[in-house]
Design a protein around this ligand. Structure first.
Ligand code: COA
Length: 339
């Protein structure tokens, strides 16, 4: 059980930005590449198309653009950013971190930063990490970016996995909340490394460095036992969604928006159902973007805050994620301002 927060000041999400690659890969196009059908993909996953970054551009290309979009919307200069956290499993390279490349390219001359690896829970973990820096009074502006170029680690001959993922970046700015009853209220976070055999990349790390053989054996791609991961994802994502509500004496009917990680529409529906949150309140983008790993939740936020301007002051937002590790968690936000 996490300790209840003793908060001097709260942190809140003061701006949102995103970057979507232009190229769309539709289910129909996948039908020409592998033995699949639009009908199978839509009914089993809810995905219709995904975005694919032009090869050779790398993660920082997207992260930088999402960061600029976020800062411009906030009217905050890059020089004013204290910290940059990039949640990703597809950095430009092992080192330096993508956060350093973003720092350089946006001109955040005073910032420090780091990458955070938590698979599809990366954004939620990074968001709560950022909130701690702001709540403690140490920093006033932390940029959190969820960015993944999944197409760079997907085997497009593996039909069970390649249909599921897409590329995108989402960014949020975390600042002190002007009113203490609003902002990032609470979180629940977990990890369980016994998930490793079911979802991982076999080679390319220190245990099994890249070699001719690892390339020949196609070991530099996402390896996922879909049905196994599906079962655990449903249970754990629903559990932390229910837990964060209970912990804060709320029910599903108090929630204005559920922003779930977008791995499979059936997982999203099961999680919403268990938490007593009707689908009208659930933000879904999996049909348009597929599973963009660390970017799914900030992209959901962008839809309701920037595109639709549906979020009002006092709205409760719950973000829930599940990913490789296994990792999972939920965050409760009480939105501070009308958009
Ligand atoms: N097109 C057509 N058929 C496919 C297919 C595709 N793209 N991918 C798999 N199939 C087939 C399988 O080969 C299998 O055929 P078989 O019964 O003849 O063996 C059949 O469809 C069912 O496969 P199964 O894996 O049991 O399907 P599923 O209902 O579990 O759906 C996933 C597969 C991957 C969509 C689903 O398991 C899933 O979403 N998993 C979780 C992903 C996730 O949450 N990741 C979280 C971390 S980000």
């Amino acid at each position: 059980m996490e300790m209840q927060q003793k908060t001097l000041r709260r942190a809140h999400i003061s701006s949102v930005g995103r970057f979507l690659p232009e190229k769309r890969l539709t289910n129909k196009e996948l039908e020409k590449m592998i033995d699949t059908s639009d009908e199978w993909i839509v009914t089993r996953t809810g995905i219709r198309e995904r975005r694919i970054l032009e090869p050779g551009l790398g993660n920082s290309y997207m992260a930088v653009r999402a960061a600029r979009d976020c800062l411009e919307r906030a009217g905050v200069a890059p020089e004013a950013v204290d910290t940059i956290i990039v949640a990703t499993v597809t950095p430009d390279m092992f080192f330096p971190s993508t956060a350093c490349l973003v720092q350089r390219d946006i001109g955040a001359i005073k910032a420090w930063g780091f990458d955070l690896s938590a698979g599809c829970s990366g954004f939620v973990f990074a968001l709560t990490t950022a909130a701690q820096f702001v709540e403690s009074g140490r920093y006033d502006r932390v940029l959190v970016i969820g960015s993944d170029v999944m197409s760079s680690i997907i085997d497009y001959t593996d039909r069970a996995t390649c249909v599921l993922f897409g590329d995108a970046a989402g960014a949020v700015l975390i600042e002190p909340c002007p009113e203490n009853d609003f902002g990032i209220i609470d979180f629940v976070q977990r990890c369980d490394g016994s998930g490793e055999p079911h979802l991982h990349m076999k080679a390319g790390g220190s245990r099994k460095p890249a070699s001719m053989e690892t390339v020949k054996n196609r070991e530099h791609y996402v390896y996922q036992e879909g049905a196994q991961v599906f079962k655990v994802a449903v249970t754990q994502m629903a559990d932390v969604t229910v837990e964060i509500l209970r912990k804060n004496n709320l029910t599903g009917s108090d929630v204005s928006f559920l922003l779930p990680h977008q791995a499979n529409l059936r997982i999203i529906k099961a999680c919403a159902d268990r938490a007593g949150i009707p689908m009208e309140k659930v933000v879904v983008n999996i049909d348009r973007f597929a599973n963009t790993t660390a970017a799914t939740i900030p992209l959901c936020l962008y839809d309701i805050v920037v595109e639709d301007k549906r979020v009002k002051k006092g709205d409760y937002l719950v973000m829930s994620a599940f990913g490789a590790g296994y990792t999972w968690g939920s965050v409760l936000v009480r939105w501070w301002e009308d958009w």
